[in-house]
Design a protein around this ligand. Structure first.
Ligand code: SF4
Length: 447
């Protein structure tokens, strides 16, 4: 059993604008506490502990993040210490208080379950999290520095760039391709055997910290100064094994990047996963209590958060899946991919973020209503300022606020950086809805 840090420890989190479990950051609606979940997993007991903490110490509003983590919003003044103590008591903290920021490892929510997977990533993920938490030299990594471990699952987020990515290769012995500052669909730098992965990551992170110094916090910044092949040579010099080339024919197949919603078969016979999305990434404490009840009623009392800001319940008996999906819908989660809201993401917006130029969440709800009257189901990201907090990737369409209720419309284009090509320099939400209705008839929603 690992030692659990206590708020009695004389630990002061380093300054950062990023919330953590031990560093509650202020917003217009109160404090934000971010709970990082290993592999996105939560037990029903932990879900109840979070729901109770959010009710008692905060506004009860919870956000599911695009890294499969969870945020408690509206933390009340004077309740921070109690909130942290409740979360630590539920075993939701890091094994080392200095390591809270560095627990950024994204897995598929279907790790170990997806019939398409080439590798069960969970044992390696546990080893990597141990490495990150128990190696003090790595605690200087930025709170945003993130690693993706992809087992080749069909249910995988392949659009969010990570500082380091690993992706399972077919064949034996089990190997992983790896790359930097990108996604598993990019061309990899090399390959290693699975049992070499922890050492590769440790040496790569130490090398990154040595070369980046205080000038750079992200891999893409370092790669603007040093060529990937040079970095690879330096990495090789630190390793007792040879990095192998990746067969040129190998390419991680991209999968549907729509939110995981519905019923998915598992590799375990007779069992399925059932997934639903939170409306604009938010649920409340009552919904989390209800999710905990469903996890106990239908499966092994576990929940997994998804990088599509939703939740997945694993190990559901086939004959119970329809009933569970219906129950998730009754809870207010999105269970139908034809609901326009299932294709929309929106940042916090001016209602709770001082940088917001418009109330992007309210605007997204209005846009969804408008789209209901058409067949258009576009994937749209509404961002209330250019920081683009809600999306780690470029969405097919972006509405970027220019003033309250007014947005610029962008369309993703492979050859255009940033949000893509500017299609309209100012639009109201109703005008945007009409534009999508006219230009994104069914079958043409992804641009
Ligand atoms: S994108 Fe801008 S307005 Fe939206 S939450 Fe981030 S900082 Fe705030």
């Amino acid at each position: 059993m690992r030692d659990r840090p206590s708020t009695a420890d004389p630990f002061v989190p380093r300054p950062s604008a990023c919330p953590g479990l031990l560093r509650i950051v202020q917003a217009l609606d109160g404090g934000i506490c971010r709970v990082k979940l290993a592999g996105g997993l939560l037990s029903s007991k932990q879900a109840r502990a979070i729901a109770e903490a959010a009710e008692h110490c905060a506004s009860g509003v919870l956000e599911l993040t695009n890294r499969s983590n969870l945020q408690i919003r509206g933390v009340l003044a004077g309740q921070q210490a109690e909130l942290i103590e409740r979360l630590l008591a539920a075993n939701l903290g890091p094994s080392n208080p200095a390591a809270d920021d560095v627990r950024n490892l994204l897995l598929s929510p279907a790790a170990g379950l997806d019939p398409h997977a080439l590798l069960d990533t969970r044992p390696l993920a546990a080893a990597l999290l141990e490495l990150l938490q128990n190696t003090p030299a790595l605690h200087g990594l930025s709170a945003k520095f993130a690693i993706q471990l992809d087992g080749g699952e069909a249910l995988a987020m392949l659009e969010h760039p990570h500082d380091i990515w690993l992706s399972a290769l077919p064949g034996t012995p089990a190997q992983l391709a790896f790359g930097l500052a990108g996604c598993p669909t990019d061309r990899p730098l090399g390959a290693i055997r699975v049992e070499q992965a922890a050492e590769l990551i440790e040496q790569l992170l130490l090398l990154f910290l040595k070369l980046a110094g205080s000038a750079h916090s992200r891999m893409r910044q370092l790669l603007s100064e040093i060529a990937p092949n040079q970095l690879l040579q330096q990495l090789q010099a630190r390793l007792p094994f040879a990095i192998q080339p990746v067969p040129t024919a190998w390419q991680r197949q991209s999968t549907s990047q729509h939110a995981a919603i519905g019923i998915y078969p598992q590799q375990q016979a007779g069992l399925c996963m059932v997934a639903a999305s939170a409306r604009l990434g938010r649920i409340d404490a009552l919904q989390l209590h209800a999710l905990a009840n469903l996890a106990e009623q239908y499966c092994d009392a576990s929940l997994c958060l998804t990088p599509w800001q939703g939740v997945l319940l694993p190990n559901i008996l086939e004959h119970s899946t329809d009933k569970l999906l219906h129950a998730l819908g009754e809870l207010g989660l999105l269970t139908d991919t034809q609901e326009p809201l299932s294709k929309l993401i929106a940042c916090t917006g001016s209602a709770a973020c001082g940088k917001g130029l418009s109330d992007s969440k309210a605007d997204a709800l209005r846009l969804a209503e408008r789209l209901c009257t058409s067949t258009a189901r576009p994937q749209v990201h509404l961002s209330a300022c250019p920081r683009s907090c809600a999306a780690a990737h470029t969405a097919p369409f972006t509405l970027l606020a220019s003033s309250a209720g007014h947005y610029q419309l962008y369309q993703r284009m492979p050859e255009v950086a940033g949000f893509g090509q500017l299609l309209a320099s100012t639009m109201t939400i109703d005008e945007a809805g009409d534009w999508f209705a006219a230009h994104c008839a069914t079958g043409n929603n992804d641009a």
